[in-house]
Design a protein around this ligand. Structure first.
Ligand code: ATP
Ligand code: MG
Length: 451
């Protein structure tokens, strides 16, 4: 269906008619800004999916007063930056007071946030012209810096453009370099030459930005539809060397484009999967793709993950999952030869990440063109899921039952007996999810056989 911009705008505005009315009744301007306006014009998202940000001429105290008067809930967590949040149709909305353009006066220390009354100044301080448009309640679009034209030309440039201005904008907040890469990855737009030149000069300043903010942008870049475009631009500007040097070998290798094609096909949830793919790619870059499946240096790769996780302040969960995922134990060429026992042991050890690991294996198979064994392998794995899982599921309190029934003292003997039962389940020698009596009988029988 062709994108009907006017209709999409009306649909979006009608959901917020009440809110616009409250501000206008108090003589204040309220506009929709940033990503929602961009996505509407670029037809990149349906209004229902848009994450909507508002800007207003009202000072934060006045915004609070307006919301209070209408008995609307509000939150002041962002008040330092002029942002008051409220809830609308179950979603959090941010209403931010117009801020003036401070980039010309910014020194090495961040200036205090000050508020302005001009929408124009608020728009020019934004990172990109495509993000610097506003939508008024009457349906008109305020486009002072060529945002619409930039969308049509699929280009990324700062509002106002020009090398000098771009330098100032990027130097003022170097995180914008990563944001530009993220939008390149999301929209497949290209940075203008001036943007690239200024970003190249400013890339070292990324070191002044918190690593949590690096991570947030890189996560978004990797799950975007065109990660290759974002990564390449980061490499071109030297920003990749600043924030993610681990990925450099991959970008410098011939296989990068194909690696990214496979990356684009991996699920975006969990995002660990894409990180894992990137790191596997980086580890094998330069080598023949077929060798991707042999892993003589798992420990070295996990060391890389540990260092990266420290630097990017990954959560313990992210650290653990990526370390496990990158240790792919076998590759497409070995799948056919896997015995049932090997497969059961692998599934038991790998759950709950078998599905993710299968996605990585499928991607590896695509890379090496070795896809024949994939479908039968996935069918065998599927047959070991659900009720047929080899992951041991013992009755609750089994350890205690063991101690009383076998008159064992607490100690290593109990653990060994539990382990023996688990291993027998994994190997398919006894049924999973049996009763305590079944397992006791098996243990007694085993003791007799051993004796
Ligand atoms: P998304 O769809 O991913 O939310 P977005 O453009 O809405 O994209 P946000 O991070 O939500 O991005 O920011 C909202 C708006 O605030 C942006 O469109 C941009 O105008 C402005 N903005 C955000 N971060 C910066 C920044 N570091 N420098 C300048 N402007 C920024
Ligand atoms: Mg947004």
């Amino acid at each position: 269906m062709p994108h009907d911009e006017a209709q999409a705008i009306q649909e979006l505005l009608s959901s917020y008619a009440g809110l616009f009315g409250f501000f206008e009744a108090e003589g204040e301007e309220l506009v929709i800004v940033g990503g929602a306006v961009r996505d509407l014009i670029a037809a990149a998202a349906l209004p229902a999916k848009l994450d909507v940000d508002f800007a207003t001429s009202a000072l934060p105290e006045k915004t609070i007063a307006i919301l209070k008067k209408r008995n609307l809930r509000f939150f002041t967590t962002g008040i330092r930056f002029g942002t008051i949040s409220t809830i609308h149709a179950g979603k959090t909305l941010e209403l931010t007071t117009y801020r003036p353009d401070e980039s010309y006066t910014a020194g090495s220390r961040k200036p205090e946030v000050s508020f302005g009354t001009s929408l124009e100044a608020d728009l020019i301080r934004r990172d990109l012209s495509i993000n610097a448009m506003a939508l008024r309640s009457d349906g008109s679009i305020v486009d002072l810096f060529g945002g619409r034209e930039a969308i049509a030309a699929r280009k990324l440039e700062v509002p106002g453009g020009g090398l000098e201005r771009t330098r100032i904008i990027l130097r003022d907040d170097p995180l914008r370099i990563l944001r530009i890469a993220r939008f390149a990855a999301r929209l497949d737009y290209r940075a203008t030459e001036e943007t690239t030149t200024a970003a190249t000069e400013c890339a070292p300043w990324l070191q002044t930005i918190s690593h949590e903010r690096w991570k947030a942008e890189l996560d978004k870049l990797l799950v975007a539809p065109h990660p290759a475009a974002g990564l390449r631009w980061l490499q071109e500007t030297g920003a990749l060397r600043e924030v993610l040097p681990e990925a450099l070998p991959l970008l410098e290798s011939d296989g990068f484009d194909r690696w990214c094609e496979a990356l684009q096909q991996l699920p975006t949830e969990p995002h660990h999967l894409r990180w894992s793919w990137l790191l596997i790619g980086a580890a094998i870059a330069g080598g023949a793709v077929a060798d991707a499946t042999r892993w003589p240096e798992v420990a070295a790769r996990q060391q890389t993950v540990a260092l990266l996780a420290d630097r990017l302040k990954w959560s313990n969960e992210e650290r653990l999952v990526v370390s496990e995922l990158i240790a792919v134990p076998f590759g497409p060429a070995q799948l056919e030869g896997l015995s049932e026992l090997e497969l059961r042991r692998w599934v038991a050890r790998t759950e709950p990440r078998v599905v993710d690991q299968c996605a990585l294996l499928t991607a590896l198979a695509q890379m090496s063109g070795d896809t024949d064994a994939m479908a039968p392998f996935l069918a065998r794995v599927e047959a070991l899921s659900g009720d047929a899982t080899p992951v041991p599921q013992l009755p609750a309190g089994f350890g205690k039952v063991l101690m009383t029934s076998l008159a064992l003292q607490p100690g290593p003997a109990v653990g060994q007996a539990v382990e023996a039962v688990k291993q027998a389940i994994i190997d398919g020698r006894i049924a999973n999810r049996g009763s305590a009596e079944d397992y006791l009988a098996w243990l007694r029988n085993r003791a007799e056989t051993d004796a």
